[in-house]
Design a protein around this ligand. Structure first.
Ligand code: IVH
Length: 697
């Protein structure tokens, strides 16, 4: 089917109403066509960004010509794509998450880290670090896009890069202004939290119960469930609220400080949490934390901590972010909530790498508004140390999204027949011996490939959110498909459709859900290199390391060839690998071992036949140092090593720890030692601090 692009280049503000009418018609047809191509035929003709552009343009035109909104408007077709849910929205700027701090020491370390990163703060310990402390609202974050003062697009956070279009539902939320004043940037994304008050939550649940409908576990779930309604009329009947606290893409500066920004948000008509405070530094921040903690049970809504944000936006900019977490902000959680319950049984689970993990099965108990029936016991030493036994009465605690834990055993709650727990020395899943590594606390199944639990967990990891992100293929499906031999290796996932009949007939599956699954899988046949590397589940290779590898080697072929060559520890390839800042011999050893295993090589070959792995796209390709390898040595006057490294990486360079023939530049600061000498010896370009600053602008 031919699908037109459906959009003209006339600025929305200059369209005549006749042009607008024609364009809305073309857009409605084009977007419907793209939806069909994407969701039903599984053959998209345009990329996500271009598609989102069409939707945005449609919405902008509708906003200017409300009288011309068509009955078949794409914006009105809520959840239009059949069953697959809401249309996807690529966030122009990613929606970040936050690092968590549990106690005062973590917070002091955060402030120390900021001081170490910014040279002027490092030089002058008396210079205060002004910080805004805001309540951490326990809701769900959303992004609201305004163009020329009108609300045109609202999206959920999703995975931070891509969310869901919930515009129609958000239009029903009274706290969200439809239009904002003319002094706001022409393009402005306001971010914040959708939540529900405790009273509204209780009333909603009572209403649901009366109507025989399902009730919600807590206000957060109620808010999430209410927002993700296919019918906006249902959302409208739900008491959703909004607090604004951040921005996304903006067409111009929003303010000089976070505090100034909050002030402008209020001027523009957005609700801002009244408990936000401008603090003079760490002590002030901690005092405010204590204050809010004491008052929080009396607040009308749930908060689960405080968020601290460095006030100066120029400092925020320089601090930047790592692994999608800003260096300029941190969440300070409130102390965990605790409850007492009975531990019914200790189960031992086998993970992806064969680690045996004990899990406590509990008499269900409500802890901080959530029903808890399982808790982690960490490892066998932990069980022995706390002498935790089946049948014990225990104290469980839960903090934020952390897995619930057993704090202690209640002294007088032990049944007389109780025995110390005997940790198994064989794998409960495959019967292979389970051994402890020397000096380690973890006991691992030695079954490797024959162990079904390890195979299942590896597959679950493969489809997990930061890997292939196959939402429709949950843990339970993987288990069932594996058991029936439908999926035994990762590549089998991409062959599922060939066995289509076998899925659609299964319990819990129909033609439509099977078709949706196949569409979701097909959409993942093209994948970014860093996700692919992470998905392989190599020990020690988490998201950050996967990204480092993708950046270094750029393509799957190049990476594989280099890892094969690196088997020889004297090779240049090995030297390059351990020279990546952030990868040491331990991690390198795991990667090389992975590639040495014939079955892993077979899995890779098999996957290569099913997938297109996209080469790593260096950000900021236009920078003069993008793709270059840089070594920093000595002390720089204008910035700390941390900031220099972050700047270089943000401009697309690789920062290495030592000088080799592959080094493009050595930046030589004061008191540089052996690295500068080596650079001179092998003839690598050396830059003074001034030259370096000029190069990077
Ligand atoms: S700032 C870099 N401020 O917490 C900016 N987040 O753990 C990232 N949240 O996804 C967000 N209240 O859903 C920020 N005052 C606040 C917040 C807040 C709640 C949530 C938000 C975010 C999560 C990060």
């Amino acid at each position: 089917m031919a699908v037109s692009r459906g959009s003209t280049d006339v600025p929305v503000a200059e369209l005549t109403s006749a042009q607008a009418e024609r364009e809305l018609e073309t857009l409605a047809r084009a977007i419907a066509g793209h939806d069909k191509a994407y969701y039903e035929k599984d053959a998209p003709v345009i990329g996500d960004a271009e598609y989102d552009g069409l939707r945005r343009r449609n919405q902008a035109i509708e906003a200017r010509f409300p009288a011309l909104v068509r009955p078949d408007s794409p914006a009105q077709r809520i959840g239009a794509p059949p069953a697959a849910g809401f249309a996807k929205v690529a966030h122009a700027r990613p929606m970040l998450s936050l690092g968590n701090a549990m106690d005062e020491a973590d917070i002091r370390e955060f402030f120390d880290g900021v001081r170490r990163f910014l040279k002027e703060l490092q030089k002058d310990p008396a210079l205060p670090i002004e910080t805004v402390a805001e309540p951490k609202i326990d809701g769900l974050s959303i992004s609201l896009r305004y163009e020329d003062g009108r609300f045109v697009l609202g999206a959920t956070r999703g995975d931070g890069r891509t969310g869901e279009d919930v515009t129609a539902n958000l239009r029903t939320v009274a706290d969200i202004p439809d239009t904002i004043p003319g002094d706001a940037p022409r393009t402005l994304e306001v971010r914040g939290e959708i939540y529900m008050t405790r009273d509204d939550f209780a009333r909603l649940n009572a209403r649901q119960e009366d109507a025989g409908e399902k009730t919600f576990a807590n206000p957060r779930n109620a808010a999430a469930g209410s927002l993700r309604q296919k019918d906006a009329a249902v959302t409208q009947a739900r008491p959703l609220r909004f607090f604004a606290y951040a921005w996304g893409e903006v067409g111009g500066p929003v303010a000089d400080t976070q505090w100034g920004f909050l002030g402008r948000l209020k001027d523009w008509g957005f609700p801002v949490d009244p408990l936000a405070r401008l603090c003079a530094g760490v002590d002030d921040v901690l005092a405010h934390y204590g204050d809010v903690d004491r008052r929080r049970h009396g607040l009308p809504y749930d908060i689960d901590g405080m968020v601290y944000k460095i006030n100066r936006l120029d400092w925020q900019e320089r601090l930047g972010s790592v692994s999608r977490r800003p260096r300029w902000a941190i969440a300070h959680k409130f102390a965990a909530e605790r409850a007492r319950t009975v531990l019914k049984r200790i189960a031992v689970q086998v993970g992806r790498t064969g680690a045996l993990t004990p899990v406590a099965e509990l008499e269900p108990v409500t802890v901080g508004g959530v029903v808890v029936s399982r808790a982690t016991l960490h490892n066998e030493d932990e069980i022995a140390r706390k002498d935790i036994r089946e049948g014990d009465t225990v104290i469980v605690q839960r903090a934020g999204d952390v897995i619930p834990q057993i704090v202690e055993v209640v002294a007088d709650g032990r049944p007389p027949e109780s025995r110390p727990f005997l940790f198994p020395d064989t794998c409960p899943e495959c019967g292979s011996r389970a051994l402890r590594e020397e000096g380690g606390v973890v006991r691992r199944c030695t079954g490797g490939l024959v162990c079904p639990a390890q195979a299942t967990e590896r597959l679950k990891h493969f489809v997990s959110r930061d890997a292939f992100d196959l939402e429709g293929l949950g843990g339970r499906h993987i288990e069932a498909f594996r058991k029936d031999g439908l999926v035994t290796t990762p590549a089998d996932i991409f062959r599922l459709e060939e066995k289509g009949g076998a899925i659609a007939g299964r319990e819990g599956w129909g033609e439509r859900s099977a078709a949706n699954l196949f569409a979701a899988i097909a959409a993942k046949r093209t994948i970014a290199l860093e996700r692919f590397i992470y998905a392989l589940g190599i020990r020690q290779v988490g998201r950050a390391t996967a990204r480092l590898l993708a950046k270094q080697y750029a393509s799957l072929m190049a990476w594989r060839a280099a890892m094969d060559a690196a088997r020889d520890a004297d090779s240049e390839a090995y030297g390059d690998l351990v020279n990546i800042d952030g990868i040491g011999p331990l991690v390198a050893g795991e990667i090389i071992a992975f590639f040495s295993e014939p079955h892993n090589r077979a899995v890779l070959d098999d996957l290569a036949g099913q997938l297109t792995v996209e080469n790593f796209a260096a950000p900021a390709a236009a920078s003069p140092i993008s793709g270059k390898t840089v070594v920093l040595t000595g002390t720089l006057d204008s910035m700390t090593r941390g900031e220099a490294k972050a700047r270089a990486e943000a401009l697309g360079a690789k920062v290495a720890g030592s000088v080799s023939k592959k080094t493009d530049y050595v930046v030589v600061g004061a008191d540089a030692g052996s690295k500068a000498k080596k650079a001179a010896e092998i003839g690598v370009t050396m830059l003074s601090e001034a030259e370096w600053l000029e190069l990077i602008g």
